[in-house]
Ligand binder design. Sequence first.
Ligand code: HEM
Length: 461
Amino acid sequence: MLQPAWPRVPRLITLRNSMKSARDPIGALDQLLAHYGDTMHMYLGGVRPSVVSRDPALVQHILQKNHRRYHKSDLTHGLLRYLGRGLLTNEGADWLRQRRLIQPGFHRQRLAGLTRLMRAAADEWVAELDALTAVGSAAELDAHAAMTRVAFRIVARSVFGDSLGESQLTQLSDWLTAIQAFYVNTIRQPYLRPWHWVRGNYGRHDRLAVQMRELVQAAIGRHRAALAAAPAGTPAPDDLLQMLLDARYEDTGEAMTDTQLLDELNILLVAGHETSANALTWALYLLALHPDTQDELAAEIARELPGGQPPEFADLPRLPLALQVVQEAMRLYPPAWIIDRVATEADEFQGQPIAKGTLFSLYIYGLHHHPALWPDAEVFRPGRFAAGAQPAPPAYGYLPFGGGPRLCVGQHFALTELQLVLIQTIRRYRVELVGAAAPSLSPLITLRPGGVLPLRFRRRE
Ligand code: HEM
């Protein structure tokens, strides 16, 4: 069926709104979409033509049905400079070859093995809280900073096992944060690029990227050395690095080159750290905002894991509310709030021609808040994700992990980690709001709270 052409937001309007867009891109997009419809042509930041959409059918067309005609855009490929060519930044046949090699590392069986390690990181965070509180007393902390530490520990240790010491882990996290912040700045405020050149900021961050590679390379070296020195019969470590070292391409039977390995490790660290940290932060905030749900979750944990029994991978299906809270938190605050794609050849959608080179901004936040897709879209209601709930979450209307062949490879890893950290936190602490103001949104590459997000953690009896 031929659809009317997608409306065009006049350039003057986006230019006039560009300050508001820079300050509050989500508010600005929502306002335009409410006026122009679910798909519109506009100028991002007043300069970059893009089709922005929160239409599930178009999003499915691009991510799944016709995915071969779409690549990521320079917005994602720009990360190549700092992180190299790994799953997130790769394309085409090379991407597919890598994906086939890496995906088995994230299968259920391996996740079950990583559960203990994830739980240990969650317990370290709870021990940090314990050091600050007594029974009944509370500590106030910036939840985002705390969850960033937990999420980084989890992904870095899952990847490197014991090959990365605590101080190296902190170093790596600091460098990655600096590189990401700089990259986002160059995208969001392109007019500052000349200033960055003059100030030597590009060179400084290039050097950080080199140092990061050297640190990761040294960790690989230590891992190999430990393996070689281990007595015969010692089981190989269960970390993702070992999995990548063991993996062989189907066609050649060869292993990855060291350069490729480094790139993939960098990408796993980046893709798997801030996203999870944001999801956890928002989940804790929503539980603080909804004490009834928090009580229900605490009761579910006490019932299913009596006597402080540590949660194993196999226990998680018996704690459905923990998963539903995580899912609903990622609906309201999708860490990957917008996804970019560019048409690599001419295409058509519902009779509408799409020119080669068209940039698409698939607005995941808009899908997740769409009033026509979700009853009471702004209301926190984890039961939407209960088995058999009516209406069921809409197909291609709920995409926290993306969709189609480039679906997040770490989806199950992340869901496991998020549930474990929530369970270990909520069973011991009651989370409370500090102040009445709702946190602001800071949509950079991922959707994080603006500034700090203080929460109060009160030790349960
Ligand atoms: C709550 C946590 C997470 C969220 C919300 C999330 C979200 C996403 C999304 C939306 C994509 C697709 C991007 C696109 O199509 O343009 C993606 C891809 C990816 N994610 Fe995640 N992710 C999370 C955690 C993780 C973790 C823990 C890892 C690894 C340990 C990971 C590794 C990756 C990789 C490697 C890709 C690229 C996959 C490919 O293109 O083949 N992610 N993620």
